[in-house]
Design a protein around this ligand. Structure first.
Ligand SMILES: Cc1ncc(COP(=O)(O)O)c(C=O)c1O
Length: 384
């Protein structure tokens, strides 16, 4: 794998060496169950509380606001299902958007099957939700709205603080699937105006299978999805994944340090890649907002070149067609369709996800290889 360049950091990120180092003792010497009262348990419990504090530091919140989960899919389910069932006396209506991750969309579909009302707001050509549309969709029965911080396919950043103002004005709870934004964009929950937010370690150079749900003080406690022991104040029972939690905490601390420098250098590399491709290839189209976009995101349609053929042709570059969860599908991305990208063009999309460890040399190699593959495939296409 060492000669393949990894540019799929929205799917997952490599674990940072500092994070791995912090985790290893919790697989070996400090293997205790954090609920045990003997010294092995106390050592594990101390590490969990340190990690809770590290996550809270990144989110600008109190450690008590953090519930550890197995990742963002669980956090999204816990937020939406958990609040829907905890607050069903107050209302039964949930608002989200058509461009959300399936962890949100499918949870809402399941709630609709259980009798809840759901509204899926459209997004604009860049994938952004309009705060005016949000306000217009609120009814006396609305209890929760959920809009992602930044889109995992096209990188577009939603106007969360404007939406939060609408939510607060109408007394509606506001959750965000903030997986792609936390650790890369301003991450202070209070400033963003969020009541609940989902995050996951593997998008911020931490391990897979561990995440958290932020639940702001005075927010109703979500109903648990599981039955079991009373861990995480009963919201998320089950023996804690101590090593994973340590990794999440370390990843949050490291992200905080990297945020200032990382953002600009990753965006510069991303822009260089875009410029090189634009200068050498006709008919390529940027998906997502030109400015309000994740620093490492470059999602492009290459007219006339099917994305699956494109990816198969790239021998030294690991990128994807869109969401990693949808990578088996040859359907156009639901996000691009929601943005109004014509189906035929949407089937040519490739997502480059640059990250912390990419270099200028790698950008040159990736640009050269993409230009070669696109020219070759276009030469073979009769309609081109
Ligand atoms: C926006 C978004 N939400 C949710 C998820 C799911 O996260 P996890 O893999 O931690 O379950 C992902 C990851 O693919 C994502 O990008």
């Amino acid at each position: 794998m060492s000669d393949i360049i990894y540019m799929d950091n929205h799917a997952t990120t490599p674990i940072a060496p500092e994070v791995l180092e912090a985790m290893i003792p919790y697989f070996t010497t400090h293997f205790g169950n954090s609920s045990s009262t003997h010294p092995f348990g106390v050592k594990a419990a101390d590490a969990v509380e340190k990690a809770r504090y590290q996550v809270a530091e990144l989110l600008g919140c109190s450690a008590e606001d953090i519930v550890f989960t197995s990742g963002a899919t669980e956090s999204d389910n816990l937020a939406i299902r958990g609040i829907a069932y905890a607050c069903q006396e107050q209302g039964n209506h949930i608002i989200t958007s058509t461009a959300e991750h399936h962890a949100i969309l499918d949870t809402c579909h399941a709630l609709a099957a259980d009798g809840f009302e759901t509204t899926y707001l459209p997004v604009d050509q860049y994938g952004r939700v309009s705060p005016d549309d949000v306000e217009a969709a609120i009814t006396p029965k609305t209890l929760l709205m959920s809009f992602m911080y930044a889109n995992n396919e096209v990188g577009t950043i939603n106007p969360l603080t404007d939406i939060a103002a609408v939510a607060a004005k109408h007394g509606v709870l506001f959750h965000s699937d903030a997986v792609q934004g936390i650790g890369q964009l301003p991450s202070d929950m209070e400033e963003l105006g969020l009541d609940l937010a989902s995050l996951t370690a593997h998008k911020i150079y931490g391990p897979k299978g561990i995440g958290a749900l932020y639940v702001r003080r005075n927010t109703p406690q979500p109903h648990s999805l599981f039955y079991g022991g009373g861990q995480e104040t009963g919201i998320r029972p089950g023996t804690l994944n101590v090593a994973g939690i340590v990794g999440l905490g370390a990843a949050c601390e490291l992200s905080k340090k990297y945020m200032a420098i990382g953002k600009n250098s990753v965006a510069t590399l991303r822009d260089t890649l875009h410029q090189k491709l634009k200068a050498n290839l006709d008919d390529i189209h940027l998906n997502g907002h030109p400015e309000h976009r994740l620093p490492g995101n470059l999602n492009l349609c290459f007219a006339g070149v099917q994305s699956h053929a494109h990816l198969a042709g790239l021998k030294r570059v690991a990128v994807s067609t869109g969401s990693a969860c949808d990578s088996e599908s040859v359907k156009a991305s639901h996000v691009l369709v929601a943005m109004g990208v014509p189906n035929e063009l949407a089937l040519t999309a490739v997502r480059f996800g640059l990250g912390r460890y990419n270099t200028a040399e790698e950008v040159d190699i990736v640009a050269d290889e993409v230009i070669k593959v696109v020219n070759r495939l276009r030469a073979l296409a009769p309609e081109w």
